[in-house]
Design a protein around this ligand. Sequence first.
Ligand code: SF4
Length: 233
Amino acid sequence: MTAVRTAEDLEKLAEGAGRDLEEASAPEILQWAAETFGDRFCVTSSMEDAVVAHLASRARPGVDVVFLDTGYHFPETLGTRDAVDAVLDVNVVTLTPRQTVAQQDAQYGPKLHDRDPDLCCTLRKVQPLEAGLAGYDAWATGLRRDESPTRAGTPVVGWDPKRQKVKVSPIARWSADDVAQYVAAHGVLTNPLLDDGYASVGCAPCTRRVLAGEDARAGRWSGTGKTECGLHL
Ligand code: SF4
């Protein structure tokens, strides 16, 4: 078991590592996270692809890969989750919201995602993740700086003050081409929707295919002004 650290210690660790590891490779960053946090480290994945899960499984075989099942995912996304669980040396942990979609519809009315997507994301993503991360000191994400202006300043290791956790983004400096090369070189699982016009895969009601010239996240909450679900704010 890995020792439990105070939030103050974790924040200092994050700040130092963010500086020291800025030029490090993704495997080096994940090796540091695995050695530093042990079983108090996990990967979160939207199952758009398994790049970070693949990288992390090499640094820490059997690493927990946390997936938020909002109840609104494309079947392809759930299939990717099941394939990742079967193929990689990881432990997929599926988190679910407190309410089913039917229970949420009964309390808030149907299609909350159309009327108040911030509340829907809070109920179905943010709250379950915060509960699910309780047993970890650090979590890894697949955020990349080139995905959107809101992600351009993503540190490779940073402090998440909202959740009091270390946030590790080992591929923050990667481009879309770097991801494609890694996928091709290692035969990494990807969501089939990426070959069907989708550049970023989220919940089905809030995701559309992207058009030529749009950035990768333009198909998420299109036309609403919303750009993030709240997990990375
Ligand atoms: Fe709800 Fe859409 Fe957010 Fe999914 S992405 S939790 S459906 S608002």
